[in-house]
Design a protein around this ligand. Structure first.
Ligand SMILES: [Zn+2]
Length: 338
């Protein structure tokens, strides 16, 4: 079965040199806009021949380091700086970004669980489909900027995956390191099937993701890491001139070998994390307590590390429900001195 073309149309010309600010227009028909459109902002900066980099933020609508840094880059990047083409989409899931939520208020769609997408599906599936069939095929390298959002806080890292194609895996790992965050990671995903990552990797593209903080906001520190990282990424793949800058503190390389890295709650209550992000933990050590809020006199439940490593991510809100990830532990595999 052949799919119909995407219903999304672009107001920019992807083949034109110069800087263009425009939109990806997705037709909608709602109670408040009968002949309306979702307007996804896009910037294309092109200068002659060369590789194409696709830079994306707002895949989840409450992850602000990527959204903010790409809005800034779109305003700052000039065609003279670029060799090739840089496509910038700061707010991939625009309805979610406008609502300040992880998922879309229009269809509850989680964009990063919607790939490869469907041109006949809900709006979130239609957005995913446009990326899969239009923007990713025209790209050589893809950088998708995530952070923890409102419910997680995560160490800043560039990430790649274990792939069947070892040359593709190595190119992505080198990009994840060159992003120049304090950490770089080979990531184990709980369910990779419907990720943007997987849609890009299956097309043979070099794909780098990030996690860069969280808690539903950005900080001066996380913004500095993100902005330097985006420029490092473009430098590393030859899109702009310059030298990749690695942090003065060096870099720590992390690995997540399997699902035992994730500590998920089997209780509801108030969470007390006993270790801070970046702290070393040993197998059996108490990571967190969960307290029953409904009565006094009951002992809290202790959650212990099932492996050695460092605390890579934590739940941000103190209120926790059964099934929530409360902590993630990663292995330290190497350190790069600055
Ligand atoms: Zn995300």
């Amino acid at each position: 079965m052949t799919l119909r073309p995407s219903p999304i149309s672009a107001t920019v010309d992807f083949d034109a040199d110069g800087v263009q600010h425009g939109f990806l227009k997705l037709p909608i028909s709602t109670d408040i806009s009968a002949w309306g459109a979702i307007m996804i902002p896009i910037t294309v900066v092109k200068n002659g021949e060369g590789p194409t980099a696709l830079l994306t933020g707002g895949n989840h609508g409450d992850e602000y380091e990527g959204i903010t840094s790409l809005l800034k880059l779109a305003n700052a990047l000039t065609a003279e700086e670029v060799s090739g083409r840089v496509i910038i989409v700061p707010c991939m899931n625009t309805p979610a970004v406008m609502a300040g939520t992880r998922t879309s208020p229009m269809d509850k769609g989680n964009l990063n669980r919607s790939f490869p997408g469907d041109p006949n599906g809900s709006v979130t599936l239609q957005i995913a489909d446009y990326f899969t069939r239009v923007l990713v095929p025209m790209s050589d390298v893809v950088l998708d900027l995530h952070s923890g959002g409102r419910t997680l806080d995560i160490l800043p890292f560039g990430a790649s995956h274990v792939l069947d194609d070892k040359a593709q895996q190595q190119a992505a790992l080198e990009g994840a390191k060159a992003f120049g965050a304090p950490y770089a990671m080979v990531m184990f995903e709980l369910d990779a099937e419907k990720l943007f990552d997987t849609a890009c990797e299956r097309q043979g593209k070099v794909f780098v993701a990030t996690e860069l903080g969280g808690g539903g906001t950005s900080t001066p520190q996380s913004m500095a890491i993100t902005e330097r990282g985006v420029r490092n990424f473009l430098i590393h793949y030859g899109l702009i001139a310059g030298e990749v800058e690695i942090p003065e503190s060096g870099q720590i390389y992390l690995d997540m070998p399997d699902a035992s890295c994730y500590v998920q709650s089997q209780h509801s209550g108030v969470l007390e994390l006993c270790v801070a992000l970046g702290d070393a933990v040993t197998k059996g050590q108490v990571l967190a307590y969960i307290f029953d809020m409904t009565r006094t006199g009951s002992e809290p439940v202790a959650y212990r590390a099932e492996r050695d490593g460092i605390l890579m991510a934590r739940r941000a809100p103190a209120l926790v429900n059964m099934g929530d990830t409360i902590a993630v532990i990663a292995d330290v595999v190497d350190r790069l001195e600055a």
